[in-house]
Design a protein around this ligand. Structure first.
Ligand SMILES: [Fe+2]
Length: 226
């Protein structure tokens, strides 16, 4: 199967002034697109030619793995950004407060890890099989999918993600990346992971009373973090 470059969920200028259209143009249009094209050319005639991305990430090695993982990682990165205000679901907020103390403490821990990470790679918020939120770092193209962890959010700390706008100033990039975190995306990922009725907690409840009660409870207690 031919892998296709994802459509960005916004205009290339939508993340300005924090991430410029020029950066998005190079990062998405050259780097991300390059991984997709390279992957398609590498898998031609191999056992991976007809396999979906997650299968390739799980089983392939070397260049095929690197390019497949970079396609996945970049898909995840773009979806995790939003210039529009977003907020965590009640469920996510509860987990963040339990595992990090607060949204602010989580962001600071995440950004400290990202700023101190050596070399090129990715910083992730993942949820473990036991339901615990953790921050993980992966080098180069490596990705939590390969290790059985479920990602909820990622930040690209390859220099190509910020060099045009910030030169070598990774902390400046991170301080502005923080303003673009798409909490709706993280919340949706969490809901999918848990296969939980709160996946639709802000929609109509169904005929199962227990779900209706839960939806009522969640809606009543929903708050937006300061
Ligand atoms: Fe990148």
């Amino acid at each position: 199967m031919k892998h296709v470059l994802m459509e960005l969920p916004y205009e290339q200028s939508a993340l300005e002034p924090y991430i410029s259209a020029e950066t998005v143009s190079y990062h998405y249009g050259k780097h991300h697109a390059g991984y997709v094209n390279k992957l398609n050319s590498l898998i031609e005639g191999t056992e991976y030619a007809d396999k979906p991305l997650d299968y390739i990430i799980k089983y392939a090695n070397n260049s095929i793995f690197n390019n497949a993982a970079q396609v996945y990682n970049h898909d995840f990165y773009w979806k995790g950004l939003s210039k529009t205000a977003t907020s965590p679901s009640v469920k996510l907020l509860g987990l963040v407060e339990r595992d990090f103390g607060s949204i602010k403490a989580f962001e600071e821990t995440f950004l400290t890890a990202a700023a101190g990470f050596f070399g090129s790679g990715w910083i992730w918020l993942i949820i473990t099989g036991e339901g615990k939120l953790e921050i993980k770092m992966t080098s180069n193209a490596d990705t939590p999918l390969r290790h059985g962890d479920t990602p909820l959010l990622t930040c690209d700390v390859w220099e190509h993600a910020y060099y045009i706008d910030y030169r070598n100033g990774r902390p400046d990039y991170l301080a502005n990346w923080r303003k673009l975190i798409n909490w709706n995306f993280i919340s949706d990922n969490l809901a999918k992971v848990e296969n939980d009725p709160i996946a639709g907690y802000n929609q109509s409840c169904n005929e199962i009373n227990q779900v209706c009660d839960y939806v009522d409870y969640m809606q009543k207690n929903e708050t937006t973090p300061s």
